[in-house]
Structure formats: structure tokens, C-alpha cells
Design a protein around this ligand. Sequence first.
Ligand code: ASP
Ligand code: MG
Length: 402
Amino acid sequence: MLIVKKFGGTSVGDKERIFNAAKRCMEDYKNGHDVVVVLSAMGKTTDVLLEQARDINPKASKRELDMLLTVGEQTSAALMAMALGSLGVPAISLNGFQVPMQTTAVYGSARLRRIGCERIRHELEARKIVVVTGFQGVNKYGDYTTLGRGGSDTTAVALAAVLHADTCEIFTDVDGVYTADPRIVKTARKLDEITYDEMLDLATAGAGVLHNRSVEMAKKYGVQLVVRSSLNDSPGTVVKEEVNVERMLISGVALDKKAARISVLGVKDEPGIAFRLFHLLAKRQINVDIILQSIGREGTKDISFTVDEEEADTVVELLEKNKENITAQSVQCKKDVAKLSIVGAGMMSNPGVAAKMFEALYSARININMISTSEIRVTVLVDEKDGEKAMNVCHEAFGLAE
Ligand code: ASP
Ligand code: MG
């Protein structure tokens, strides 16, 4: 078997954890399997590096940020290879250049384009464990790029796909995928299985357990994913196409506190305005989420949408600069909002799910600012102060509690 094992930051946070992870890899290796290990940077390394950068130059270019951040994964990969070596297991670490992991040109949120397999295959044939740096790649200019925060999951799934791995295990500091963040919802329950689609919507809605693009890729290439703890032997959560368990209406609830609402007020009620507005954002690669357009009055209308909180200032600046072009009277920004989502394949065949969610929120006197839905998800925008309570009441209302 070929097994890809990915360890997150806390799972390689110190010497003891590195050895603990190394031993898990060694077990599979000793059982005769080929093992590719993908690593995140140790502990909070990436945050610390970002802090250092901000301290030196808050407007540092994305290229230099990527140059800096890739150091984190390179450190953990080299240390892991050394740990395996000291356990008597032949191992080699490879970074984004050495694999190589080719990506699109954009710094900070590059996408994988092509992965070279020869070197990895060659090292596996020599019976080595191959340790690969997660999160990083190289673009057509020969520069380092990164895949966006949490991107190591995507590196792992991509490698599992191109190497035709039998399984891809994502090791983390929790036991698997939960019905809600157990730090916020005390009665949250671990799921044994979840579908790709549900996991994708949960990950996109802010459940931090997996990078959403890793789930997208796993679905596309049929990579079986297992999310499990690096600290114990419990079986974790399997992410796959179909699940056999009796369907619950809802599989999980996710809260994203990092949302911001932008409102563009008084734009002309005529064709082309939305196009101009969102084209501006698309050109800057800014992701827009819930979009709401009011019914026009006196020839004008308002358009509101949500973006990642970190991009809010950039968006406001950009829109202010282009106010005339988009015919806006004013631009407003509200950062103390949170997105609450319920996700479940069960809602496709059951009407009334959204109503049930709204009822739960109403009973808790929580006001809804915006609403959006997909086939298997309902998302509402609420005030940030209401977010955790909203998550709890929805979790309860759909009977997800333990
Ligand atoms: N080290 C990177 C981060 O903290 C990538 C990852 O952990 O997946 O975002
Ligand atoms: Mg992660």
C-alpha cells in the first residue's frame, strides 16, 4: 500500500510530538507500506513568522511573505527526516522545489498545477520514507508560493491523487470531524463518516478542520480521506462519496467569525453595475460570499456582500477609489459579524430545514442580517456577539447533541 500521512502544526509542535508522528510513520513502513509524509510548520510557526513580517513592514509584498513562510514547513520536514533517521528508518525530506510542486503564479493563495512524481517514486523505490513540505510550491518565475492558510491538507491530498495512494490520513489535534466546534458547543459529537460535499460546505463555512480545496480535490480524484488524532488511536472520521449511516437532516454546524459585510449604497438601478463592482474584486482575486441586492427605490439600489475580514479594508479602499465608476453614493463596512451555517445532504429531500433554523434563531432572539443557501447548506449572517449562541441553538434544534 501507498499511504500519505499529513501532520498538522500541533502534531509536530515539539520534539516529543515529532517523534510521536515519526513512530506512526515507522509502523506503516515496517509493515511494508510505502509512506509519504506531508507536514505543516511546527506549532504556531506560521503565525510567528507573519507577526515578524508585520513588525518589519506591515505592507510587505506577498512574494516576500511566501519566501518567509515556506521556511516553516522546511524546518519541520527536515527535522522529521532526522527523527526518522535516528529511529533507524531511511528518510529524505523534499521541499516544493525538489518535488517539484508547480503552482499558479499568485503569491499567498496559489493553486497546484502539476506535481512531479519521479523523484518521490525514486526515493520510495529505494525504500525511504519521503517527507514533503506542505503548503508550498513554486511558480513559473521560479519563486516560492504558498497555497493559503491551512494549505498543507491540499498538498497531502494532491500527492495522494497523483501517486494513486491507497489512503490519505490527515492527523490533527482533535479526534475527527465534529457536528460543531467542541470548544463552542459542549454537546458536539464526532462523526464516523461524512460525504465530500458536506465536508466541503462545512470547511468553506469555517469549520477549520480541513482546507476546503483539499476536500474539493479529494472529491475530484476520489481520494479517500481520514481525519484522525495524532495523539490517540481512535479511528477518526472518513470522508468519502457516499455514507451508509441513517441520514440525519443536518450533519454539522459551522461558525465563521472572520467575515465582514460590505454595503455599497445608492448605486444606479441599471444594467452593468453589479458586473463592474464584482469585476473589480475578481481582478484582485478577492472572494465574495453572500450577495444581497435590495429592491430599487428612486432609481437607486444597495448591494451588500460578505468578504473575508482580512480583506475588508482593501475592498473598502478599492470601492472608494472606484465610487464613480460603480455609481455608489457611499460604502460601508461592518466587521463584527459572523456567518453561521448548517450543512447536511439530508436537506435536499426534506423541506422546511431553513424554516427550522430561523425558528431556532428567533426563539433565541437572534437577528438575521443576510441569508444564503446552496443545495445542502443554509448560511445566515448574524452579529458576532450572537454567533456562539446561534451555533448552540441550531445544534440543539437539529438534534445533533450527544
Ligand atoms: N503552516 C501553514 C499554516 O499555518 C499551512 C498549514 O498548516 O496547513 O497555515
Ligand atoms: Mg489545518
